[in-house]
Design a protein around this ligand. Structure first.
Ligand SMILES: O=P(O)(O)O[C@H]1O[C@H](CO)[C@@H](O)[C@H]1O
Ligand SMILES: Nc1nc2[nH]cnc2c(=O)[nH]1
Length: 306
């Protein structure tokens, strides 16, 4: 028998309940704010923040654009809890720590989880600023030993083997597209697609981007999938929204340095286009600029959940 590390669920729930008024202690919907998307908190009324460092078992988020608190309150009258800051494996957090807040929110009573993230666009049809509702994911780490559900079950009521064919709730996506219609959004502003999960923290090399596109991914990021797995194990309905913050550069050809040198030696230097390099600053900037639409859609879905 393995020595199972105990997760301090009871202490976490007690610490949260000591800081939140009773009327907000049983949220119906959990929300996770992605990089630069913490502005979603602005649509929460009756706001009460609980710092992660006061909750047993919670880590601290170390990524710019992520805070470290749970936001309790209401959205359109519905009690919600939002994570202002998530944990990523590349920060050094073990996967069981990455998904621990999802399990705590499930124990607080949420039935639905809305995950948001910033992602790179692999599908050339996706303009920067597009919101992609995930209908599937492709997670090489899951298939090769970095699955968030590896290890002992965290509850005797959990199933060992979790299907993923139905991981992303069609019902919640239906509400999302009704919301996009009611908000008068351009039909191309919100679409559906497949998210490739990579561990990061490096962005994709050209060959990696090409590979992920070839195997069917539309967007790529370094989060969300571990949270989806834990949420499904906990029996939650899940919606996940990616904001395309940058296009992953997938050149058809590489610079031909040998030809450039030959041209230079022949006195005909080549004019080169500026290299496109993604940065987290750019990701955060787009998140801030386009986060408002994400916030309005999340607000609509939360209010419309039956
Ligand atoms: O997925 P979120 O947390 O939104 O953040 C995304 O943005 C960061 C890279 O810029 C990575 O953490 C990536 O996963
Ligand atoms: N892996 C990855 N994560 C991102 N998050 C935001 N943009 C990107 C990207 O281009 N690649």
């Amino acid at each position: 028998m393995h020595d199972v590390p105990q997760l301090p669920f009871d202490a976490a729930i007690a610490a949260i309940k000591a800081q939140v008024p009773e009327r907000l202690q049983s949220p119906r919907v959990g929300i996770v704010c992605g990089s630069g998307l913490g502005g979603i908190v602005n649509s929460i009324q009756d706001l009460h923040l609980v710092q992660y460092n006061t909750i047993p078992g919670f880590a601290e988020s170390t990524v710019p654009g992520h805070k470290s608190s749970l936001a309790f309150g209401t959205m359109g009258g519905v009690p919600v809890v939002a994570m202002l800051g998530r944990f990523h494996p590349y920060e050094g957090h073990p996967l069981r720590v990455v998904v621990y807040p999802i399990r705590v929110m499930a124990r607080l009573g949420i039935a639905n989880l809305i995950l948001t993230n910033a992602a790179g666009g692999l599908n050339p049809k996706l303009a920067v600023g597009t919101i992609v509702a995930l209908h599937d994911h492709l997670a090489l780490p899951n298939m090769t030993g970095m699955n968030a559900l590896l290890g002992p079950l965290t509850s005797p009521t959990h199933q060992r083997f979790i299907p993923l064919s139905d991981a992303y709730s069609p019902g919640l996506r239906r509400l999302l597209f009704l919301g996009a219609h009611h908000l008068g959004l351009d039909p191309d502003a919100v679409t559906e697609g497949t998210y490739a999960w990579v561990s990061g923290p490096t962005y994709e090399s050209p060959a990696e981007g090409r590979f992920l596109r070839l195997v069917g991914a539309d967007v790529v990021g370094m989060s969300t999938v571990p949270e989806v797995l834990a949420a499904r194990e906990e029996g939650l309905d899940v919606m996940a929204l990616s904001l395309v913050t940058n296009a992953v550069v997938i050149p058809e050809t590489y610079r031909d340095i040998r030809a450039e040198v030959a041209a230079e030696l022949a006195g005909k230097p080549v004019d080169l286009p500026p290299a496109q390099v993604v940065s987290h600053e750019e990701v955060l900037e787009i998140g801030k600029a386009k986060g408002e639409v994400m916030m309005k859609l999340v607000e609509y879905v939360v209010s419309a959940i039956p």
